[in-house]
Design a protein around this ligand. Structure first.
Ligand SMILES: O=C(O)CCC(=O)C(=O)O
Length: 273
């Protein structure tokens, strides 16, 4: 689904993420899959039957967006994408907990915090997805944006403030000096979630679909109750690694009679089918 990245390129991308807070991997999604993913997103969006503006709790600025929430509950292809080995190579050095003893070090122990598809409407103000700004070289979460349709200044492209992930501050929404990221369908952006980012307004009548996945360290609260919402027909087909990425190895216990640890290994999955 995702192309293999050579060592030199990979090193440069990791450096970009550390120094600037983001990188763009050109043509990371293989064309055939990009088309399948886009068609699936559009199909799922049609199925929802609620207009974005009518969603409970939606901020006014998002009213013109098109959105599909909680993609893993809709089709297994979305979990196949986020558990892809070529993506895992980026995420492990960034957000794997080196002290997660319940799983071997070569496996992911990070989880997915949210996974939605979004087509821009109004301008999306600068914000951070780490929720809390802090300084230091180790991120707690990484935002991955899978570009499904070309994006530019006119149709709601992603904007960033390079280097702001290390500012230790919440965003300055008046800032004029932001960088618009022009990208082609199939490109993937990988962002340190502390980076100040948003989107331009979509001034066209066309969609700008992109899928945004927030990967977090295993201990962060997920933004939707993923482990309770995956239907049995999808759950039964998931591998242990996929279940772990969706959060099934870090569900808090109900009491000490159940267990006392929150981080668990694959053994905890035997009852989850
Ligand atoms: O749609 C985009 O380009 C960015 C979305 C975004 O800012 C977010 O998911 O936090």
């Amino acid at each position: 689904m995702l192309k293999k990245i050579n060592k030199t390129e990979f090193k440069q991308h990791l450096k970009n993420i550390h120094v600037f807070g983001f990188t763009k991997v050109n043509n990371f999604i293989l064309p055939k899959f990009r088309k399948i993913l886009l068609d699936r997103v559009v199909k799922e969006h049609k199925k929802i039957g609620i207009e974005t503006k009518d969603l409970k709790g939606l901020p006014a600025r998002d009213k013109k967006d098109l959105r599909v929430y909680n993609l893993p509950e809709r089709n297994k292809i979305f979990t196949d994408l986020i558990s892809n080995n070529n993506l895992e190579k980026f995420l492990k050095p960034l957000i794997n907990d080196p002290y997660y003893r319940m799983l071997p070090k070569n496996l992911p122990n990070y989880i997915v915090g949210s996974f939605t598809a979004r087509s821009s409407g109004y301008k999306l103000d600068l914000h951070i997805d780490s929720m809390f700004p802090f300084q230091g070289s180790i991120p707690i979460s990484i935002l991955v944006l899978f570009v499904l349709e070309d994006m530019n200044e006119k149709n709601g492209a992603t904007v960033v403030v390079p280097g702001s992930h290390l500012s230790g501050n919440y965003t300055d929404r008046e800032l004029k000096n932001v960088k618009t990221i022009t990208a082609n369908k199939g490109d993937v952006l990988i962002l340190d979630s502390r980076i100040w980012h948003g989107t331009t307004e979509n001034k066209t009548k066309k969609s700008r679909w992109l899928m945004n996945v927030l990967f977090t360290q295993w201990w962060l609260k997920q933004q939707v109750n993923i482990t309770e919402t995956i239907p049995k027909n999808i759950l039964s087909k998931l591998s242990n690694k996929q279940k772990q990425i969706l959060g099934y190895c870090s569900i808090p216990p109900n009491s000490e009679r159940e267990r006392v640890n929150t981080k668990c290994g694959y053994d905890i999955l035997k009852n989850i089918k």
